[in-house]
Design a binder for this molecule. Sequence first.
Ligand code: CA2
Length: 149
Amino acid sequence: MKILIINGPNLNLLGTREADIYGTKTLDDISASLRSLAGELDVEVDIRQSNHEGEIVDMIQNARGYAAIVINPAAYTHTSVAIRDAIAAVNIPAIEVHLSNIYRREEFRHKSLIAPVAHGQISGFGPDSYGLGLRAAVSVATHAEKGTS
Ligand code: CA2
């Protein structure tokens, strides 16, 4: 089983600044943990990052063959109809993840355009949000394969 993990804009800066909000781990650190967890769960992961909305849309459109998508759309969470439409268009379950608890932050972060088309959302567990997201993705995809819910 292959899971696609997509990181949105500025997440390449993780660990370099705003450590009070996003922690000290870099995206490479988080990716290493995810690869290790993927080994334990016996699944494959492809981990990508882009600062560009259209590139993220392309990643989602080209996700045929992946059993699920784990996505941190970052700031596009709150603005991108294009990413939402791409997720809705492909028949692949998506798990939305956030490092911070977006509902405890500024009002403009409380609205996710992605949540209504995601299978579920995990928000506020720091880097662990990704591991929880991967576990959720594997669970959802396994049930989909077996035709259970
Ligand atoms: O909490 C999350 O994971 C967010 O998706 C992170 C986004 C933010 O716009 C969302 O509201 C919540 C921001 C990612 C930017 O990450 C940075 C990391 C280091 C320095 C600057 C930005």
